[in-house]
Design a protein around this ligand. Structure first.
Ligand SMILES: NC(=O)c1ccc[n+]([C@@H]2O[C@H](COP(=O)([O-])OP(=O)(O)OC[C@H]3O[C@@H](n4cnc5c(N)ncnc54)[C@H](O)[C@@H]3O)[C@@H](O)[C@H]2O)c1
Length: 418
């Protein structure tokens, strides 16, 4: 492969496969792996996309982990220090899949080096962190993508279209839940996720951030909210070695859990609709129980992540005793057609990351023409639009508003967090 272009934003190169976008991944835990798999699969599902991403370097402070991943994914180079990825002029785009406390420093460094950025949610520990990355990306004129993968679900795109078309009338009230049990075991290791200076606000950034993005994606701006939070397990065992994902550790010294296990928020939306968002990392018996139920003046739409391809929809003029039926989403919805030819073939979590990667690469291809800057524009964008750093800032302001509401015991406007 020869490097023949180093554009103002994101170096590309050319080989037999055409124009190549050399990419790096920083942090190779669960999400690093998901991003690597997504880059590898883009051509299978989106053959028109050019430049084609090619993973050239993996950075992880756990060097064995990086080396194993490089062998598995046929990646030529690994480094322990993420700064080497930032300083490499041949790399055009970077995935930041390291823990939350590193998002701001790494994200700002990546974009300031002129590289396009695909960064995991929540983008730092606070709205201030997300705003810093957004400002640096705007200054650099690079493209950004953020890991709000649930908006990529074709059924969620279909729900958005249905609601926007008035298919359930005026939205009156809605409920979003994100229940998981990854921290339900009292011996779940005290990883970075449970520390405020490394994981931020706990389940707020981990799960409620997805909910905040979905509320906006489906229903629009949140006008104000009042929230409550709780920590249910006060201490957890300290891990004895490097962690990845959600591991158990028992017997050793225990340390304090510093951030939230649970959050609930009542919201008033700008549309006038009312909304409840609830998220927990300690929901015993609930594994990835994510979903929403949205009621309108004449109908309802419900979705459950665990039955990703199905929408429950009730419409009509019955009002009372309205029949609700299950729709299997098919090629007409979102990016479904890139994966399956007919309805009711189940898609997977990993497919959502392929969609995210594709939108990221499409934004890079479109840069300078239809799409500009860091993709901040909201109005008029396609229903299938991928999340950008602007969406991360918006979601982070909602989370900051929740924290402020808990501290002050009052209704808080996310806009006041700006
Ligand atoms: N979009 C989603 O659905 C989703 C799901 C899970 C996690 N996430 C987000 O992805 C990010 C990573 O989460 P994860 O579950 O993959 O975590 P993880 O703990 O499994 O992996 C983190 C990796 O980063 C590495 N790392 C730590 N410090 C580093 C440094 N200084 N330099 C290089 N590498 C370093 C660790 O060794 C580890 O391999 C978090 O921000 C999290 O919120 C998003």
């Amino acid at each position: 492969m020869t490097v023949d272009t180093a554009t103002a934003a994101g170096a590309t190169s050319r080989d037999d496969a055409g124009v190549v976008l050399p990419v790096g991944i920083i942090g190779f835990g669960w999400m690093g792996r998901a991003h690597a798999q997504a880059y590898a699969r883009i051509r299978h599902h989106y053959p028109h996309i050019s430049p084609v991403p090619r993973l050239m370097v993996i950075a992880d402070e756990v060097t064995d982990r990086a080396a194993q991943a490089a062998a598995q994914f046929d990646v030529p180079s690994t480094v322990a220090d993420w700064r080497q990825v930032v300083d490499d002029p041949t790399i055009g785009a970077v995935s930041v899949t390291a823990p939350n406390f590193l998002h701001r420093d790494i994200g700002c460094a990546v974009v300031s080096a002129g590289k396009h950025l695909w960064i995991e949610k929540p983008v730092g520990l606070s709205a201030g962190d997300a705003r810093a990355v957004a400002a640096a990306a705007a200054d650099a004129g690079v493209q950004t993508a953020v890991g709000f993968n649930y908006r990529n679900v074709p059924a969620v795109a279909a729900a958005r279209e249905l609601i926007a078309a008035g298919g359930i009338g005026e939205v009156t009230h809605a409920r979003f839940r994100l229940f998981s049990d990854y921290a339900a075991h009292p011996d779940g290791a005290l990883s970075w996720r449970f520390q405020r200076d490394r994981g931020g606000n706990g389940v707020l950034g981990d799960l409620a951030s997805h909910g905040a993005d979905l509320v906006w994606f489906l229903l629009g701006e949140i006008d104000s909210l009042v929230a409550d939070t709780a920590i249910f397990v006060a201490e957890r065992p300290k891990p004895t070695g490097a962690t990845a994902g959600h591991q158990l550790a028992s017997g050793g010294e225990r340390g304090p859990v510093e951030n939230e296990d649970y959050v609930s928020a009542q919201m008033r939306l700008a549309s006038g609709a009312r909304c409840v968002l609830e998220a927990s990392r300690m929901s015993v018996g609930a594994q990835n129980s994510y979903g929403f139920e949205i009621h309108g003046t004449s109908g309802v739409v419900r979705w459950d992540y665990r039955r990703m391809g199905e929408l429950e929809v009730g419409q009509g003029s019955d009002y009372q005793d309205l029949a609700v039926s299950t729709r299997f989403v098919g090629p007409g919805s979102g990016d479904y057609a890139a994966f399956q030819p007919g309805a009711a073939n189940p898609m997977s979590y990993d497919d959502l990351k392929v969609i995210e990667a594709a939108r990221f690469c499409e934004s890079i291809a479109d840069a300078g023409s239809a799409v500009s800057g860091s993709g901040v524009a909201d109005a008029g964008r396609a229903p299938s639009a991928g999340a950008t750093i602007a969406d991360a800032v918006r979601a982070a302001e909602v989370l900051d508003a929740m924290t402020t509401s808990v501290r002050e015991g009052t209704w808080v406007s996310p806009a006041s967090m700006r």
